[in-house]
Design a binder for this molecule. Structure first.
Ligand SMILES: Nc1nc2c(c(=O)[nH]1)N=C([C@H](O)[C@H](O)COP(=O)(O)OP(=O)(O)OP(=O)(O)O)CN2
Length: 136
């Protein structure tokens, strides 16, 4: 079994805000991240797939094709977007890094070629904050 990782990148705005709570409760729980007028992040997204090496190519999968797929199925929906307002797969969800990582997995996993499995979505919200998701 071999593991292959591709790094992608996107910028997006969001706020952490639970619409079922009062302004005060949101401020108390999320602090500046609940700022009504949004804040932004430069996200780094590490996509790790696993499987066996094809002896004819030496590849698990052509990483350029993986990148194209991630761009098409994930980055296009997120880059330069407002995560609370613009992203169909986050509708009615809290825009945390955890939910974003899970959503990215769900967008990508069904489209991978049969010979590879998705191993991990690792998503950096800031240099110091990241989430790893390994599926259900
Ligand atoms: N479990 C989670 N906790 C927090 C999340 C999250 O997605 N999951 N997100 C946030 C905020 O979005 C926040 O914007 C984090 O950024 P920041 O405070 O800038 O983070 P850093 O600690 O890296 O930066 P400092 O410069 O140290 O403030 C909060 N919590």
């Amino acid at each position: 079994m071999v593991y292959l990782t591709r790094l992608e990148h996107f910028n997006a705005a969001h706020k952490l805000f639970n619409p079922n709570w009062s302004r005060e409760q949101n401020d108390a729980v999320f602090g500046v991240c609940a700022n009504e007028n949004w804040h932004g992040h430069n996200f780094d997204l590490y996509i790790t797939i696993k499987g066996e090496v094809d002896p004819e190519t030496g590849f698990l999968m052509d990483v350029k094709k993986l990148s194209k797929l991630v761009q098409e199925k994930v980055i296009r929906k997120l880059d330069h977007k407002n995560l609370n307002l613009d992203v169909d797969f986050l509708k009615d969800k809290m825009c945390s890094t955890e939910n974003l990582a899970i959503g990215i997995w769900e967008q990508l996993e069904p489209h991978l070629p049969a010979q590879v499995k998705l191993h991990c979505i690792k998503l950096y919200e800031t240099r110091r904050i990241y989430v790893e998701y390994f599926g259900t």
